[in-house]
Design a protein around this ligand. Structure first.
Ligand SMILES: Nc1nc2c(ncn2[C@@H]2O[C@H](COP(=O)(O)OP(=O)(O)OP(=O)(O)O)[C@@H](O)[C@H]2O)c(=O)[nH]1
Length: 416
């Protein structure tokens, strides 16, 4: 992985000002700035900083003809070129040389595009792409093109090998699939992935040397997200990949938001049941330990009444943050109001009880500082590790234990 350092080589104070401002909104990136080629060379010579990308101006005081590009590419750092003037030939030559993109310094939007592209490159490092083509040279060309944009690249010679790789590595997010292959062609492969295996969480780009529009339609009808005809220009492949990835990420963000409680970011009740049912069935089938805990803040109404709803919300989010941290391996949800639930799978009850009771003590000891007030809260917990006849039954019993903890004076854990 290349980390998050970005080298900007630019001598124009105006451009620097805009870029610095834009990078302030991207805390996950760490930019360094050089105004000349010699300054940039100093940065690039430091072996301890693997730059994610360099953004370079073609016209520098000590390098007026784009010399900086070769220096950056020579040390295997992806390069985005900023240019004051547009030239088709120069652009094509630079892209062929291996730069990620050639961006014209036109307006604020150009710089926003550069920062967006850098974020894309950062994310690409975690994206596995499987290239399926029987031609070794085509695979090599696509691999090189994808590597320029920092994707993790895997290769398969035909559909059968591709299916085996998908089985072994279910985290493959993207496939570039040729049509004409022995054993299983691209079209059969797409059909197999979409219809037989019902795998929808994968972007598939179809490829073919054959010119018929009917073939691209066939690819798309059977579930490919997009289609390219060979030979294609590398930039076209990148545009299509980026477009499809952005769409998928947006869809995943919407899906994730629908599964989470808006205030705390924990899973909501509906999604909790979806996940928990699977864990429950697995535990029952394989006789694995499973415990379920219901947690509730004591006298929470008093906090709202004394300090207001905003403080109440703050307490809920703080408690949720500690829950997320302490039970990161487990399934945690806000079931509603001041009621939380933790499903601990694979842990025997002694350990679960210990973990939960430690958490109860931690909450009781911690003071939440809000606007000068040191606010202390306690929680009550009900737990069961008996799977009974359904997950709902487990929840009802844990809830009864919680009620008993409240009756017994609160700040307690009661085990079924
Ligand atoms: N601030 C805030 N309050 C909430 C939210 N959801 C529910 N509540 C409040 O949570 C309180 C729950 O109060 P009760 O059910 O009476 O329980 P309690 O005061 O915690 O008392 P015990 O559970 O018996 O210890 C109510 O005052 C609700 O208005 C929320 O999202 N934000």
């Amino acid at each position: 992985m290349k980390g998050n350092a970005v080298l900007i080589v630019e001598d124009s104070p105006m451009v620097l000002k805009v870029l610095k401002h834009l990078f302030e909104t991207k805390q996950e990136l760490s930019p360094v700035f050089a105004a000349t080629l010699s300054e940039a060379e100093l940065y690039l010579s430091k072996p301890d900083t693997p730059y994610l990308v360099a953004v370079v101006d073609l016209n520098l005081p000590d390098a007026p003809n784009g010399e900086v590009v070769n220096k950056v590419l020579a040390v295997n750092v992806p390069c985005i070129v900023l240019s004051g003037s547009y030239n088709d030939k120069k652009r094509e030559a630079l892209l062929d040389k291996g730069v990620v993109d050639y961006v014209l310094k036109e307006s604020r939007y150009s710089y926003e595009y550069v920062v967006k592209l850098i974020s894309r490159l950062q994310k690409n490092q975690f994206i596995k792409v499987l290239v399926v083509d029987d031609s070794k040279s085509t695979r090599a060309f696509i691999r090189k093109t994808l590597k320029q944009h920092l994707y993790q690249v895997l290769e398969a010679e035909d559909g059968i090998e591709a299916l085996a790789m998908l089985q072994q590595q279910p985290d493959i997010r993207l496939m570039v699939v040729d049509y004409n292959m022995p054993n299983m062609n691209g079209y059969e492969l797409v059909k197999n992935i979409r219809h037989k295996q019902n795998n929808k969480n994968l972007i598939i780009i179809g490829l073919s040397a054959e010119g018929s529009g009917a073939l691209s339609a066939k690819f798309i009808k059977n579930g490919a997200n997009d289609f390219l005809r060979k030979p294609f220009y590398h930039e076209e492949l990148h545009c299509r990949l980026m477009h499809n990835l952005e769409e998928m990420e947006l869809f995943e963000a919407v899906k994730d938001a629908a599964n989470r409680d808006y205030l705390t970011g924990l899973f909501n009740r509906r999604y909790f049941f979806q996940v928990a049912e699977k864990l429950y069935e697995n535990a029952v089938e394989h006789n694995k330990p499973l415990s379920l805990a219901m947690l509730d803040i004591d006298h929470f109404k008093q906090i709202n009444d004394s300090y207001g709803h905003e403080v109440g919300d703050y307490v809920l989010t703080k408690l949720a943050d500690v829950l997320k941290e302490k039970f990161a391996r487990f399934t945690v949800a806000r079931l509603g109001g001041e009621e939380f639930c933790v499903l601990l799978s694979g842990l025997d009850i002694d350990k679960s009880q210990q973990l939960l009771d430690n958490f109860r003590c931690l909450v009781a000891e911690q003071k939440l500082a809000i606007g000068g007030i040191d606010l202390g809260i306690t929680i009550s917990i009900g737990v069961t590790d008996n799977t009974y006849s359904s997950l709902s039954d487990m929840l009802a019993i844990a809830d009864k234990c919680l009620y008993r903890a409240k009756q017994a004076g609160r700040n307690l854990l009661i085990l079924d």
